[in-house]
Design a protein around this ligand. Structure first.
Ligand code: IFM
Length: 457
């Protein structure tokens, strides 16, 4: 029998620290053609033979579009302060420009009001990858016009919902959209061209900055920011070749996003490395990208290890792996957060996603996913260590509320703290859900005790 995971970490979290859980539209909603929704690039990509490991798609997913009320009840029973979800752009604006789709906007209004009625703060992401296919047909993120289409979409969503949204994230993980979608071609839209990928990254960043300016100009009071997927990147050996390769990878995956957002410049070493593949940057772009943010979100799952000679063997370190084949390295999160605090001047930071896929089995109505609870507890501890070291941490969110469509891996990889039976679509809270719920109860009790003490003084 494993010893119980402590519910009282040695760390102290401030009373206003935001505890949450996250999902995204394409991964859970289903209802792919319902109520006027347009086609997204992921709807199209899933139809390409071989694109998705299990040949699946997002047509039904978790059917959250129809089961949202019961899902919000599950979130409420968990006891989180916040729920992070994304809006499907083609559900609310089928062609990505022109007419908006009233039933799509009504759906997100029901989610937002349903959350508020349950005492949960909505954290809304505008782009978690499901670009309208019609915009892809016109050039997608590689076309500068898409930047302006995104700003219009952002303004429309904020005008309708912004008065009730705690925080708006423009983009989730621009590196993934740019590099996995346009250089490696393993994510939608499946393009393999480095120059295109770098132009896409630039347009994502530019649309982020311009959207922030437009939302503030229209009086949006939600906190505004972006979410990056970041890892500490280190060399596989002490060799100068590995050190140089790791530095370049850090440049491409971390500094390429952090430097323009917080310093208004692209890193010179990466720019030089890219040669003819650098993006077209127009006067004023970098000033727009550097627009002040209210928060920065970070998604952390594992570290990066780089070898100049080719792929590094993930088994080499002997560290435990998740079902994605990712090393479990909680201390890497503390290292990353401290490095960010050191190298850039940052707004409050959230871990907006953290979690793990494991091979869960549902037996007798239970999923004993002790590894997942251990993973989450260790990473919460890593955030506590960063806080203790002076990093301005504002929140932590588990990825994900429920098992869902894990992109090119299909449904085989389960990240949820709630199990989804894809035959019946039944939801079953896993042991990790129960652990997080109990952990949050302790945090809420500590908060209440601190508030009572403050009143008594
Ligand atoms: O499922 C994804 C999510 O959509 C974005 N961040 C990483 C998760 C796990 O791969």
């Amino acid at each position: 029998m494993n010893s119980p995971i402590p519910l009282h970490p040695r760390h102290r979290f401030p009373p206003d620290f935001v505890w949450g859980v996250a999902t995204s539209s394409f991964q859970i909603e289903g209802a792919a053609g319902a109520d006027g929704k347009g086609e997204s690039i992921w709807d199209r990509f899933c139809r390409q033979p071989g694109a998705i490991a299990d040949g699946s798609n997002g047509d039904i997913a978790c059917d959250h579009y129809h089961r949202w009320e019961a899902d919000l009840d599950l979130i409420a029973k968990l006891g989180v302060d916040a729920y992070r979800f994304s809006v499907s752009w083609p559900r609310v604006q089928p062609l990505g420009q022109g007419a908006f789709n009233a039933p799509g906007l009504d759906f997100y209004e029901r989610i937002v009001d349903g959350l508020l009625a349950r005492g949960i703060r909505p954290y809304l992401t505008l782009n978690h990858w499901d670009l309208p296919q019609a915009l892809q047909d016109a050039g997608g993120w590689a076309a500068r016009d898409t930047v302006h289409r995104f700003v219009d979409y952002a303004q429309h969503v904020a005008a309708r919902l912004g008065d009730r949204i705690a925080a708006i994230t423009t983009h989730n993980e621009p590196w993934v959209v740019a590099v996995l979608g346009h250089e490696a071609g393993i994510f939608a839209p499946g393009i393999r061209h480095r120059g295109t990928a770098m132009q896409v990254a630039h347009h994502l960043l530019l649309s982020h900055g311009l959207a922030l300016q437009a939302l503030r100009a229209q009086g949006c009071r939600s906190r505004l920011g972006i979410v990056l997927n970041l890892s500490p990147i280190g060399p596989a050996t002490d060799s100068p070749e590995d050190a140089a390769a790791a530095r370049l990878e850090d440049g491409r995956s971390v500094r390429w996003y952090m430097d323009p957002l917080f310093k208004g410049e692209y890193p010179a070493d990466v720019w030089q490395h890219l040669g003819g593949d650098v993006p077209q940057v127009e006067p004023g772009d970098l000033e727009a990208i550097r627009t002040t943010m209210d928060f920065l979100g970070i998604n952390y799952y594992t570290r990066g290890v780089v070898s100049a000679s080719g792929a590094w063997d993930v088994h080499a370190s002997g560290k435990p792996l998740t079902d994605m084949g990712w090393e479990i390295v909680p201390e890497g999160l503390t290292e990353l957060l401290q490095r960010m605090h050191r190298d850039w001047t940052l707004p409050p930071l959230y871990v907006m996603e953290n979690g793990a896929a494991f091979r869960d089995t549902l037996e007798g109505g239970r999923v004993h996913d002790r590894e997942r609870s251990d993973y989450i507890a260790a990473h919460i501890g890593a955030v506590g260590d960063a806080l203790a070291a002076g990093v301005p941490m504002a929140g932590y969110m588990v990825w994900s509320l429920m098992d869902n469509f894990e992109w090119s891996s299909g449904y085989a990889k389960r990240f949820g703290i709630v199990h989804v039976d894809y035959e019946t679509l039944a939801r079953t809270p896993k042991d990790s859900y129960l652990w997080y719920r109990d952990f949050l109860q302790v945090q809420h009790a500590k908060r209440a005790a601190a508030a009572a003490l403050a009143t008594a003084r």
